[in-house]
Write a protein that binds this ligand. Structure first.
Ligand code: ACO
Length: 401
């Protein structure tokens, strides 16, 4: 509760809404989300239909430009992205400056920011051509540097984009192909990854997207704004949850698989532990993305012939938590990232890269939201506060303190 007597310095009425639980920061035409009903739509199309029928670049085009592309537009988009997949060679010296143990999200955020130095031309958003070029440049270069973070960790040489392959296929190749062993593309993996990227592609004003919009609202460039978004996504309460979920499931497994013990721990208010992958700021009945991913986890593991004990633990944990009064009373359900890590793991993706995958998926959403913010000529984001500190005090010399 706010002590009115302590309010000093406020001019006029200021609402206070920590975490912006009830504040809208903008009007947007991009993503519709109904948390009570568990509905998610991009530009009016249901997430279920898009995940089933579209591919990631089609969805990216839809989010960024507002309409599904026709065949020619889609081919042009893919081609124009390809043109921008070469990353300045000097960026490699920056990459080499990081310790191999650095977390890939920290490296990705820094490299994205460094792209500004090699692409200094600021984006004139009134000029559609320049805006289109900035979009393709970001889609192309971000994918490549995202894979560099893994190659650096592994000490592998860097790969170049293959123009004969698709965007998501290229991601797998850029990550895993090594000179001594040609990479065998598994269509099932590429299709599943494509679907996961679609499910992560936008989610209205979440923490990282709001960050991208607010940084961009000072007219910082697209790369600078996206770099800030990557940092915001990294935290375990947001995108970092996918890594945290898998580590939690592994810990439960290593402790004999006692899910009830961990549910008890999550309910203990003295214990900071939370069930990772549970709960959502907006969804209060279910997260529609989690429903799709849960099914995909079963299908992908089946198709790849993988039997992962962590999937069983995840299912048991979900069952116990959903029947528990604590979780019921607080409307806590599995979110998008409860099952995604299990799929990534089955694809052979290392756990530290999980949040990077989220960032690749979220990229078109960040770009779309940044573009909308600039085209709408939104004012600089600058919330107010309620000051509750000291009133005016006389300064004391050091000797008198
Ligand atoms: N485990 C245990 N208790 C929880 C959890 C959880 N995962 N999530 C929320 N709660 C409890 C809180 O302790 C609080 O209890 P109280 O009312 O008794 O104090 C109540 O539920 C409400 O939680 P808030 O933190 O106020 O909810 P908020 O909307 O601020 O947070 C969040 C949402 C951050 C997602 C939260 O549920 C959480 O930390 N979940 C775990 C991390 C996670 O999975 N993040 C990914 C989110 S999806 C995404 O970004 C892709």
């Amino acid at each position: 509760a706010i002590d009115i007597d302590k309010l000093r310095g406020a001019t006029g009425a200021i609402t206070i809404d920590p975490g912006y639980k009830n504040s809208g920061s903008c009007k947007s035409e991009i993503t519709f989300l109904d948390g009570e009903e568990g509905i998610l739509r991009y530009r009016g199309y249901s997430i279920e239909e898009l995940a089933d029928k579209a591919d990631f670049l089609e969805v990216s085009f839809l989010l960024i430009f507002g309409e599904l592309p026709n065949k020619a537009q889609l081919e042009k988009f893919e081609n124009d992205i390809r043109k921008h997949t070469l990353v300045n060679e000097e960026m490699k010296t920056i990459l080499e400056g990081f310790p191999k143990t650095a977390h890939p999200m920290g490296v990705l955020s820094s490299l994205t920011s460094a792209l500004t130095a090699f692409n200094p031309k600021s984006v004139n958003v009134e000029n559609e051509k320049e805006m289109y070029e900035a979009v393709c440049k970001t889609m192309g270069k971000f994918l490549v540097i995202a894979t560099w973070t893994y190659r650096r960790r592994m000490g592998y040489p860097l790969n170049y984009y293959d123009n004969t392959k698709g965007y998501v296929e290229n991601f797998m190749r850029l990550m895993f192909e090594i000179p001594t062993e040609p990479y065998k593309m598994d269509k099932k993996i590429v299709d599943a990854l494509d679907k996961l990227f679609i499910l992560h592609a936008d989610h209205e004003q979440n923490c990282s997207t709001s960050t991208v919009r607010i940084v961009g609202s000072s007219h910082a460039g697209l790369f600078a704004s996206i770099s800030a978004g990557v940092s915001a996504l990294w935290g375990p309460l947001h995108g970092g949850a996918n890594q945290a979920v898998l580590e939690m499931l592994q810990e439960i497994h290593d402790n004999g698989g006692d899910v009830e013990k961990f549910v008890l721990k999550a309910k203990d208010k003295e214990d900071p532990f939370r069930l990772m992958g549970f709960g959502h700021r907006v969804y209060k009945n279910f997260d529609p993305r989690a429903t799709i991913i849960k099914k995909a986890a079963d299908d992908v593991l089946d198709a790849l012939g993988v039997d992962d004990p962590l999937l069983d633990i995840a299912k048991q944990l979900e069952k116990v938590a959903l029947e528990d009064e604590y979780f019921k009373a607080r409307n806590l359900y599995p979110n998008v990232d409860f099952y995604s890590g299990i799929i990534y793991r089955a694809m052979g993706i290392p756990v530290e890269m999980f949040t990077v995958l989220f960032a690749i998926g979220r990229l078109p959403g960040w770009i779309a939201q940044w573009k909308e913010m600039r085209l709408n000529k939104e004012p600089i984001g600058r919330p107010r506060q309620v000051y509750v500190g000291n009133a005016l005090r006389p300064f004391k010399e050091v000797k008198d303190r």
